[in-house]
Design a protein around this ligand. Sequence first.
Ligand code: GLC
Ligand code: CA
Length: 544
Amino acid sequence: MRADTDKWWKTSVIYQIYPRSFYDSNGDGIGDLQGITEKLDYLQELGVDAVWLSPVYRSPQDDNGYDISDYQDIDPIFGSLEDMDRLIGEAKKRGIRIIMDLVLNHTSDEHPWFREAKKSKDNPYHDFYVWRDGEEGVYPNELKSAFCGPAWEWVPELGQYYLHQFSVKQPDLNWENPKLRKAIYEMINWWIDRGVGGFRLDVIDLIGKETDKMIMAEGKMLHPYLQEMSKETFQKADLVTVGEAWSATPERAMKYSNPDGSELSMVFQFEHILLDQQPGKEKWDLMDLPFVEFKKVFSKWQTSLYNKGWNSLFLSNHDLPRSVSRFGDDGKYRKESAKMLATMIHGMQGTPYIYQGEELGMTNVQFDIEDYRDIELLNVYKERIEAGYTEEEVMRSIYAKGRDNARTPMQWNESANAGFTSGTPWIRCNPNYTMINAEEELVDQDSIFHYYRKLVKLRKTEPILTEGRYIPILEEDENIFAYIRESEEEKLLVLCNFRGKEAVYDLPRLWEGQEVLISNYHEEGAFGVLRPYEAKMVIIRKGE
Ligand code: GLC
Ligand code: CA
């Protein structure tokens, strides 16, 4: 096997689309594939190399498509296979690859495999899922669903429980069964033949589960399964593969993203995402971000994977709050802080991901409970109110962490419903679309959009961003996130002020007056001081 020193995805920026909220082409209130095709020029202008689509397969939409009932068809709300082929083709013309979201830990309970599996214990598909004998009301063990309640559902006809780590409508697949694995690989190869550019693998760290030992993430068969899958599928083409792995540590990530290409290209790890919650509790149990720790987590990942693996770089996705609301300031300094966060991420080594609307500085929302749609959010509301939390406490958690923050419609322009749909959107728009929208940002050269465009371009023109070694500096500083990237020819300094006030720093004067690659303030400030949310990249080209 050839070591991958020159993979396309190492110099790429990937854009994530949540299709139901991106652009609705036919007025039914739900974004669709034709809508994405119509917006490809926008993505080309931003300069991204690939687009990851959250699931568009046939699905009852219990968990917005993460419950798949047919892996080899498109859900009619999103369009058809022809629309998919057209999207792949039109994207290709613009140098953009399409990445599909593979949900391999579970299917929908409406998938034909599960319908069969439920018929009898000796049905050939029974073992595609995880069953345990038992008695009604006495669960096989204490496993909990990520969306509230026990992870077991009773099927009286069989006298058995099935495992569901997510909703009851998302039964877990049994990877121990070689027939299931083979069926999955055939399906993946079918998509590869259709011309996709890669895959994002949903909760992939769970597929090696050891149910009776209550080990869900990182079971002992996880990496053997990934190696088998990679050999049978991914390695046949020049793809990017990124696994979602909440349990990843740098040591584990070295396996997942082994440069020999035996598993995946990279994983999404969430260590930096888990910091603003009370230790040992849930994401809803809020805590201020421990800033120094936050920096250390990034630095640890940057240094440990250097030459031993590959990082994915992100602050937001469809499951997380809006990054500017979470880590920046979505009020007075929205523009400055959104650009600052982008600088911090895009200065690192790895593949940066932009989540739709992040390039506009879209913000969190505060809706009444009946305006929310997410199954996880609605479940936690019910559960916590029943458990005696006050309405105010629960809503505070939802405003901060609810997944619908990221799922409100993309803000295209200031016309009704943000130009997202001519009908009634499936979820309300963030009312700030009259101020924050793509049309305005495209015109304004100083916008967050154009700042992202420049960052994406820098990744192409400045090899140090891909190759340079990462060196953390000012590690204990409570306000500034700073690091250096270093290659044989060059040295790059990244400075980011995370506060809405001036912050001072002490660095060698050799950095003074050097070439500024990008900055979110127009005039150069005084050396040794950063203005509110100021960010910049400064480069020293040694050969000069
Ligand atoms: C992943 C997805 C999330 C989904 C869950 C179950 O975490 O990103 O949206 O609800 O898996 O498939
Ligand atoms: Ca539609």
